[in-house]
Design a protein around this ligand. Structure first.
Ligand SMILES: NC(=O)c1ccc[n+]([C@@H]2O[C@H](COP(=O)([O-])OP(=O)(O)OC[C@H]3O[C@@H](n4cnc5c(N)ncnc54)[C@H](OP(=O)(O)O)[C@@H]3O)[C@@H](O)[C@H]2O)c1
Length: 296
């Protein structure tokens, strides 16, 4: 009887002890939240990014006093727009690990903004504004947010698949997309929003391809609403953390029923769910405080 009940303990339902996680862009913002979620529960977490100093700061600050003795935060520099760099990352990690339990494709950039409301004035005003956007800006956004996710997943396939064949759970990929890839408003950044919609479709395609018996890797996505990060604020503090000031009007101004921006626990719970639940395939989980209900 007791055994029948013990599986329901939260520590068994969300047990990542001894797991290996790789979080791209794990030194700041959402990636750091997810890295802390896994590391504090006993996983060895490799965080990657282009800035070695930002990764070192994250590892030193947040890896030193983890709740679980087996947890670790390990910095490794890598650029996900560069195939050779992605390959080096996978090779480097494979020297230390026989498997990767979860890959979080999180590193992303947002590109430039345009004032889309110019169409209320005239067609020429709108055309002038949108024509100013750089082709290279669009390419950079897609190279990081879409192409980078694709090749990083491919590079880690053997290590992810090894989890499924060596342990009682499946290796899985979590792609960080966005509510920006779902809402019909451009939020003033067409390139970013369309790249995030592409991530959601890439998520479906990879989920379909990687579920095959020779691979057995689950693929899911989290579509965050507004979370504090270097992308959404002025930057980050000496602990790599960012803050969004929230007053009583915040929820109304932003159209967020929860009345606040996303918190670290909100993101941690979503990532642990998709990593641990063995029955979720090909989903995009929106974690947005109700933002999409007001901005469908
Ligand atoms: N914060 C939000 O409200 C929100 C909402 C929805 C979705 N998202 C998504 O969440 C993800 C994380 O963003 P964030 O908001 O947490 O912003 P962030 O703090 O700016 O984090 C982005 C991270 O990605 C890394 N990165 C960027 N380009 C890279 C590259 N080419 N190679 C390797 N690493 C790279 C950055 O480090 P380096 O500069 O050192 O490389 C940085 O640590 C992104 O995909 C973003 O689109 C964010």
């Amino acid at each position: 009887m007791v055994e029948g009940n013990s599986k329901y303990a939260v520590k068994n339902l969300f047990n990542v002890e001894g797991w290996v996680a790789v979080v791209t862009g794990g030194g700041t913002g959402i990636g750091l939240m997810i890295a802390q979620a896994f590391a504090n529960n006993g996983a060895r977490v490799y965080i990657t990014g282009r800035r070695a100093d930002a990764l070192q700061t994250a590892a030193k600050t947040w890896g030193a006093n983890l709740l679980h003795p087996q947890g670790k935060i390990i910095p490794v520099t890598a650029d996900i727009t560069d195939k050779a760099s992605i390959q080096n990352l996978a090779v480097e990690i494979s020297k230390h690990e026989k498997q990767v339990d979860v890959l979080v494709n999180n590193a992303g950039i947002d590109g430039d903004n345009s004032t889309v409301e110019k169409g209320d004035e005239s067609v020429s005003a709108l055309q002038r504004e949108l024509w100013k956007e750089d082709v290279s800006m669009w390419e950079d956004v897609y190279r990081t947010n879409v192409i980078g996710y694709f090749f990083t997943t491919v590079a880690f396939l053997p290590l992810l698949s090894a989890t499924s064949f060596r342990t009682g759970h499946s290796g899985s990929v979590i792609n960080i997309s966005s509510i920006s890839g779902i809402t019909r408003t451009s939020q003033h950044h067409m390139a970013y929003n369309s790249s995030k919609a592409a991530v959601i479709q890439l998520n479906r395609l990879l989920a379909q391809e990687l579920r095959r018996p020779g691979v057995k890797v689950r693929v899911n996505s989290i579509a965050p609403g507004i979370f504090p990060s270097e992308m959404t604020t002025e930057g980050s503090n000496e602990q790599n953390k960012s803050t969004i000031p929230v007053d009583e009007e915040y929820g109304k101004k932003k159209g967020i029923p929860a009345g606040r921006s996303g918190g670290e626990e909100d993101m941690a719970q979503a990532a642990l769910l998709l990593a641990c639940n063995q029955y979720i395939y090909g989903e995009t989980l929106t974690v947005d405080g109700g933002y999409l209900l007001e901005h469908p």
